[in-house]
Design a binder for this molecule. Structure first.
Ligand SMILES: *[C@@H]1O[C@H](CO)[C@@H](O)[C@H](O)[C@H]1NC(C)=O
Ligand SMILES: *[C@@H]1O[C@H](CO)[C@@H](O)[C@H](O)[C@H]1NC(C)=O
Length: 149
């Protein structure tokens, strides 16, 4: 037998316990506005387009401010499922810059953050969940939660 690393053994043990769902903490809602897309077209994995994120705004109990710029080079598969793959920045009202990376399968999105801000440092170690879609204005509107307390 190979010895399993201790961390893995601990994970296996909790896996046997009655699982309780993690709490969700609401962070903010965001509207992303887009410039004209650049269509790459039909590629072996699906249909690729480069969606340039040109701005937007976000607000909520934890974070408020404006969206900077970024892009989403998401893929639409043969069944029409869009899988976002995006990087963009949030600029808070109190001058922090936060890098957001999004991946998922619409309408389910996983979010990771990176920031040098001390106030928002907690974002560096959490995993976010977002869901949403196009709104009446043609923006993408997402509600974002922190998974786990
Ligand atoms: C997003 O857009 C909607 C519709 O225009 C608006 O009601 C909402 O306040 C906006 N949210 C933010 C965070 O700006
Ligand atoms: C953010 O930066 C602006 C422009 O430099 C400044 O006027 C404002 O006081 C700053 N706000 C905070 C909370 O640091």
């Amino acid at each position: 037998m190979f010895a399993l690393p201790l961390a893995l053994l601990a994970f296996a043990a909790t896996g046997l316990a009655d699982p309780t769902p993690p709490a969700l903490t609401y962070l903010y809602s965001v509207n992303l506005t887009f410039a004209a897309p650049v269509e790459i077209g039909s590629v072996p994995t699906g249909n690729r387009a480069i969606l340039t994120i040109a701005g937007g705004a976000f607000s909520g109990p934890k974070l408020n401010g404006k969206v900077g710029s970024g892009l989403d080079w998401g893929l639409t598969d043969a069944k029409g499922v869009f899988s976002p793959d995006a990087l963009y920045t949030l600029h808070t009202n109190d001058n922090a810059t936060i890098l957001v990376s999004e991946k998922g399968h619409a309408p389910h999105v996983q979010i990771l953050f990176e920031t040098a801000s001390t106030k928002y440092a907690y974002l560096n170690t959490i995993v976010g969940y977002a869901t949403g879609g196009p709104n009446a204005a043609g923006d993408i509107a997402l509600d974002v939660w922190q998974i786990g307390a």
